[in-house]
Design a binder for this molecule. Structure first.
Ligand SMILES: [Zn+2]
Ligand SMILES: [Zn+2]
Length: 264
């Protein structure tokens, strides 16, 4: 069994705005995991990707007081719904739950699922429309689809975040103009991260969220291992180095930003 690694932080300052705790890899650790997380983590938003994982995300939020959830149809899972109407009916039910704080994850992915491009666009725009109707933030996934993602965001002007942001400084500025946040993942600690340090350097401290995308994207020095929310500490250290502030100050800004966006 692979071990989990945890943060040295002994204050509850970390807010993980994007994770997937319904992932199978977390099941075997359950008790240890949540008791360790409760030492450094103030909150987690676990995101669903299709009906089953939305349901699992909801159950996790019911079991743990510091876990919230978002429900959505991920671009790689659009074939799990027949039509935009099916997607909207499914998600609307979840949004009535007390601990559902947003619609996500939703978006466009032309890296893994190029062949469903047209359906992705339909399902994405239907979910953006729903977010406007319900006044809920969106959690947007954009992989190799920067131009189309930006086009939809400009059209709908939602509240929300572009998670695990991988665009340029210019794209980030377009996102801020809409009033949206960018999500910074463990990628910021990777030696080969090129654009992201530039983005972080220019990024206003009131327009970013921190996230893990756990179990994926563990920060250095744990790259390739199973990620968890407490490891956000290492991303905060790196961002602090770039910005010339402490890791705790970075965590504090992200905590305030996340609570403001999701009304927590
Ligand atoms: Zn994603
Ligand atoms: Zn994700």
């Amino acid at each position: 069994m692979e071990n989990l690694n945890f943060s040295p932080l002994n204050k509850r300052l970390i807010f993980d705005s994007h994770a997937h705790y319904d992932d199978e890899r977390f099941k075997e650790f359950s008790d240890e995991l949540y008791s360790e997380l409760s030492k450094s983590v103030a909150g987690i938003i676990t995101c669903g990707c299709d009906y089953e994982s939305n349901l699992s995300a909801m159950k996790l939020a019911e079991q743990h007081d510091f876990v919230y959830f978002a429900a959505g149809i991920h671009p790689c899972n659009v074939d799990s719904v027949k039509s935009p109407e099916t997607a909207i009916n499914q998600i609307t039910k979840f949004t009535k739950h007390d601990k559902c704080v947003g619609i996500g994850e939703i978006g466009l992915d032309y890296y893994w699922t190029q062949e469903t491009k047209e359906k992705q666009k339909e399902i994405f725009s239907a979910q953006l429309e729903l977010s406007k109707k319900l006044d809920l933030p969106v959690i947007v996934h954009d992989r190799d689809a920067h131009a189309d993602t930006l086009e939809y965001l400009k059209k709908y002007q939602p509240r929300g975040v572009v998670h695990s942001f991988s665009g340029s400084v210019q794209m980030a500025e377009e996102i801020y103009k809409i009033g949206m946040y960018i999500g910074i993942s463990g990628v910021i600690t990777f030696k080969n991260a090129k654009k992201l340090p530039e983005v972080v350097k220019e990024m206003p401290l009131d327009l970013f969220l921190l996230e893990t995308d756990a179990p994926y994207l563990a920060p250095a020095p744990f790259r390739g291992k199973i990620n968890n929310s407490s490891l956000i500490y290492y991303s905060a250290e790196k961002i602090g180095d770039i910005k010339g502030i402490s890791a705790e100050a970075v965590l504090n800004h992200a905590l305030e930003n996340t609570k403001r966006l999701y009304n927590i």
